[in-house]
Design a protein around this ligand. Structure first.
Ligand code: SF4
Ligand code: SF4
Length: 94
């Protein structure tokens, strides 16, 4: 999960253009409440696969749930269930 100034509930894409764009400076600000030593960990409590912990993400557990979701809901491949990105950091009001 990447938390930006405007939150984490977004999708990133790629756009190829032929112009020079100066790099955006790396932000020093921390946007995760837990990492700012506030109470939170909502993302962990919302993960149905128990793939998240305060120490990090177990990608295999996450992937197994996504595979199960794909079996139940056939269609284009699922790349995330996204429930971990619905906490207070989802929107810029964090
Ligand atoms: S829900 Fe967001 S702010 Fe809260 S602990 Fe998880 S990543 Fe941090
Ligand atoms: S995408 Fe779903 S299964 Fe994977 S870490 Fe987030 S909440 Fe858990």
């Amino acid at each position: 999960m990447l938390i930006t100034k405007t939150g984490c509930a977004g999708r990133f894409g790629t756009l190829l253009v032929s112009v020079e764009i100066p790099p955006t400076p790396h932000l020093k600000e921390e946007f995760c409440r837990y990492k700012k030593e506030e109470k939170c960990l909502v993302c962990i409590s919302r993960c149905p696969a128990a793939a998240l912990s305060a120490e990090g993400l177990d990608k295999e557990k996450c992937f197994r749930l996504l595979q199960e979701n794909s079996r139940v809901f056939p269609g284009p491949n699922q790349t995330a269930c996204g429930k971990c990105a619905t906490g207070p950091c989802a929107l810029k009001s964090c």
